[in-house]
Design a protein around this ligand. Structure first.
Ligand SMILES: C[S@@+](CC[C@H](N)C(=O)[O-])C[C@H]1O[C@@H](n2cnc3c(N)ncnc32)[C@H](O)[C@@H]1O
Length: 322
């Protein structure tokens, strides 16, 4: 496993103050260019995914149909999302708050896992399992023997939450302990509706519609907080607020497990300009994410001894104790 020093340098393409980054910023600021760019990119993403064994369109139809009736049960009445959450994420006009984004999230997550090892011929499920196993392996040495309650902040359609459930249930079974209670939490009712459809066995006990920075869960009630691929979707102030909430939720000795893009990864540093343009135009807060000194933010939130590891060629895991 490689370890990158932190804080790491923002890749040139993401730095809008100079050079390539400034050019990309100017290009994506031209509204007329954005639509055709998104359209072409979307067609390419779907074609590539389908040729790699991800049934993108068929699965979208199936998931949306099954999830639509679950929307009311997945919505907390009166919850207003913060303004940044209404941004145009991933080229969806309504960001994470629409059926298209929710019914394509599983496929997009599998496509993301396949992109990590482009030179290998992996099945989507195999790539996903490899990605999650490497994340869990970083947290394993920090975990207490018995884990009662786990919350997955920004759970989306539950890919990360179900992987946590499989890992932690097997871990509990190996020591004859009770399997933990798992909570998946997200701000998108559409994502949570799809998560329910994807979890027919009820591996996850509660799919909760709330903000990660104001979960409404009791202080000191959780042993493990997971925050997977969420911080690159947050402005820096929101990341700090989420870390403070995670610290509040964890019991002393509890563990925070984070994973996201690794700005120090050579793959990200050397991203070809067209791919970088696309990434930057669909991830409105990625520059803020790269520029944030996460170890300092974690310390400020009350965490100790962060262990930062590259878990694969594109991502870094941060695991730390409360
Ligand atoms: C890329 S997805 C993460 C997927 C999932 N954790 C995984 O690893 O497969 C990011 C998710 O974070 C959610 N999210 C973003 N900001 C949030 C916030 N402030 N509170 C709760 N969820 C949030 C989005 O709705 C989206 O579902």
């Amino acid at each position: 496993m490689t370890t990158h020093a932190a804080p790491t340098t923002t890749p040139r393409w993401a730095d809008s103050s100079r050079g390539l980054g400034r050019l990309i910023e100017a290009l994506i600021g031209i509204g007329l260019l954005r639509r055709p760019l998104f359209f072409q990119a979307r067609q390419l993403i779907i074609r590539t995914a389908e040729s790699n064994g991800i049934p993108w369109r068929a699965r979208r139809k199936e998931l949306q149909q099954a999830a639509e009736p679950l929307l009311a049960a997945s919505t907390t009445a009166g919850l207003t999302p913060p303004a940044y959450y209404l941004s145009r994420f991933h080229a969806y006009e309504q960001g994470n708050l629409c059926w298209q984004a929710a019914a394509e999230a599983e496929q997009a997550t599998d496509a993301m896992a396949l992109r990590v090892w482009p030179e290998e011929q992996l099945m989507p499920a195999e790539a996903q399992a490899r990605l999650r196993d490497a994340i869990h392996a970083v947290a394993e040495p920090l975990l207490p023997a018995s884990i009662d309650r786990v919350v997955d902040l920004g759970c989306s359609v539950g890919v990360s939450t179900q992987a946590l459930a499989r890992w932690l249930n097997a871990r509990a079974a190996a020591s004859s302990a009770h399997p933990p209670t798992l909570i998946g939490l997200d701000l998108s009712p559409e994502m949570l509706s799809v998560a329910r459809v994807r979890d027919p066995q009820g591996l996850v006990h509660d799919w909760r519609h709330a903000a990660a920075e104001a979960t409404g869960l009791a202080s000191g009630s959780v042993d493990l907080v997971s925050l997977q691929f969420v911080c690159h979707e947050l402005p820096q102030g929101a990341t700090r607020a989420v870390l403070a909430e995670a610290a509040r939720l964890l019991r002393p000795g509890g563990v925070l497990l984070m994973v996201d893009q690794d700005p120090g990864s050579s793959v990200l540093q050397r991203l070809p300009a067209p791919v970088a343009t696309l990434l930057k135009s669909t991830e409105p807060f990625i520059e803020q994410y790269f520029a944030l000194d996460l170890p300092a933010a974690l310390q400020e939130a009350g965490f100790r001894n962060p262990s930062i590891r590259a878990c694969d060629p594109r991502h870094r895991v941060i695991a730390c104790l409360r």
